[in-house]
Write a protein that binds this ligand. Structure first.
Ligand code: BES
Ligand code: MN
Ligand code: ZN
Length: 499
């Protein structure tokens, strides 16, 4: 992983090294430990702050060579009204801290104390998570100019807390979740000549090291199962497709699993309905759903989640060649339902149709959540702030919405209904793979719903959130890793046996 920061915890009593980071509220007040650490420098802060820095939440004040302090640099982070900060907001504050540290800085000490007193273990853990998320850069293919946002952060962050053991305990599972997010980002950022389906499957299979069971379906296996929808997309590529099914059994033996399904189109040219050249390179990220599922499985297995979980991904490349699928073709999906291909660029739903059906029938999960960079239309509807949520189950939808609020990986529910479903009836087959311009994200979801039967199901259209999102407090890389924290939260809140 291109992630060179280290984050650990030290006791308040340890001497601060390198850059010193402290918190103050909007009355420019410090906690007692902070006040002692600053000594005479506390007055410098008040002076420096006189005009612009008001201690608002997330605001920062940067003081070089502060008088009366050994540190060569002091960073003061505002907390606003500290009492009003939710635990989850400390992730963002961690991001703000990492943002202040430039490449080459060696040591950073963060005094984890609010004016009102010491940070709770969960808050300190969130700070650490935010630091790591913000510090990530994808630089594998940068061999010469490593400057600006490309320069690797090599800092060691020490977060000074009152109870080191408690902070470490709180951070351990979160640290695994961060690893999962960075893993998902890494997969999305990788170029498509490197990350084709077989290579993607190989990387997913490394989860075996964590005790995840990984089953890989190759082309003959998929043919045998009758996955004609997925195979039709894949047939125009030199690279064979794969389905990877990962299973983490952390719950009760025999208990039905929860399931996550990801669209893994390693590159989407559009096929014969070829896309325009402008920004086509972005379609290397059309496997963001699958990347999320792999990152999520990593997070859950590494933190030994007490749940039985299936992660299934459909990996293909959508290419135009002499053997490529044509508009007008009719394919038979594993469910037996036939599909008339209208537009070969509506390929994600074809891939998911067979994987959803396979997972529903083979594993009888409590629910399925699929993630897919499915439609450009969801960007038109929701921009890059929310993923589109479609569901046949209100409880599942509400739980996802709540997990979205908690993690900041937000979802917005969109409608489903028989009127929309009609739009994909076909003259020649059971359905067609596009429903016209109107409600494009909805008709795509209707298509998926025809392959889930009665299984409680939710579909997340992450075309707007998985990649190319504006730089934020928690992410500077093109691939966002969207969904890993969201779905980890969903599992933790509702589907894990209590410890
Ligand atoms: N992978 C694209 C959707 C997409 C677009 C993802 C922009 C990320 C950014 C998907 O396979 C696609 O091409 N969808 C078509 C569907 C249409 C042909 C019905 C679209 O959105 O235009
Ligand atoms: Mn497409
Ligand atoms: Zn696509």
């Amino acid at each position: 992983m291109t992630d060179a920061v280290k984050v650990g915890f030290i006791p308040f009593s340890a001497a601060a090294r390198g850059v010193l980071v402290v918190f103050c509220d909007d009355a420019l007040k410090f906690g007692p430990v902070t006040g002692r650490a600053l000594g005479a420098a506390a007055h410098v802060v008040k002076r420096a702050a006189a005009n612009r820095f008001k201690g608002k939440s997330g605001a920062t004040l940067d003081i070089l060579a502060p008088e009366g302090l050994k540190a060569d640099r002091l960073i003061v982070v505002g907390t606003g009204k500290a009492a009003a900060l939710k635990d989850s907001e400390f992730i963002r504050l961690g991001g703000k801290i990492a943002a202040m540290i430039s490449a080459g800085t060696e040591a950073v000490t963060v005094v984890a104390e609010l004016p009102s007193g010491t940070l709770k273990a969960a808050q300190a853990a969130n700070l650490a998570a935010g630091i790591r998320l913000r510090a990530y850069r994808f630089q594998r293919y940068k061999t010469t100019k490593k400057d600006g946002d490309n320069a690797p952060l090599r800092a060691q962050f020490s977060i000074a807390v009152s109870d080191v053991a408690a902070a470490r305990r709180a951070f351990a599972p979160q640290n695994h979740v961060v690893d999962g997010v960075l893993m998902a980002r890494e997969l999305v950022n990788e170029p498509p000549n490197v990350l084709f389906p077989v290579e993607f499957a190989r990387r997913a299979s490394q989860l075996r090291k964590l005790g995840v069971r990984v089953e890989i379906l190759d082309v003959p296996a998929m043919k045998k199962l009758g996955m004609g929808a997925l195979l039709g997309v894949s047939q125009g590529s030199e690279h064979d497709g794969r389905v990877v099914v990962m299973r983490w059994n952390g719950g009760k033996a025999g208990e039905a699993p929860v399931a996550f399904v990801g669209k893994g189109v390693c590159f989407d040219t559009g096929g014969i309905s070829i896309k325009p050249s402008a920004s086509m390179e972005d379609m290397k990220g059309d496997m963001g759903g699958a990347a999320c599922v792999v990152g999520l499985m990593h997070a859950l297995a590494a933190r030994k989640a007490k749940a039985n979980v299936i992660g299934a991904i459909g990996l293909v490349e959508n290419m135009p060649d002499g053997n490529a699928q044509r508009p007008g073709d009719i394919v038979t999906s594993m469910s037996g339902q036939t599909i008339e291909i209208i537009n070969t660029d509506a390929e994600g739903r074809l891939v998911l149709a067979d994987v959803l059906w396979y997972v529903a029938k083979k594993h009888k999960p409590k629910f399925m959540v699929d993630l897919a960079t499915l439609t450009g239309a969801i960007l038109v509807a929701l921009g890059v702030e929310y993923a589109g949520l479609f569901s046949n189950n209100d409880t599942l939808a509400e739980r996802l919405a709540a997990a979205g609020q908690e993690t900041g990986e937000r979802v917005w529910r969109m409608p489903l209904g028989p009127e929309y479903d009609k739009q994909i009836d076909s003259k020649f087959a059971d359905m067609k793979n596009t429903g016209g311009r109107n409600g494009g994200s909805i008709t795509a979801a209707q298509f998926l719903q025809r392959f889930v039967d009665d299984t409680p199901w939710a579909h997340l259209d992450i075309a707007g959130t998985a990649m190319g999102v504006p730089a934020s407090d928690l992410n500077r890389s093109w691939g966002s890793g969207y969904g890993v924290r969201l779905l980890n939260q969903l599992v933790a809140d509702h589907y894990e046996a209590k410890r």
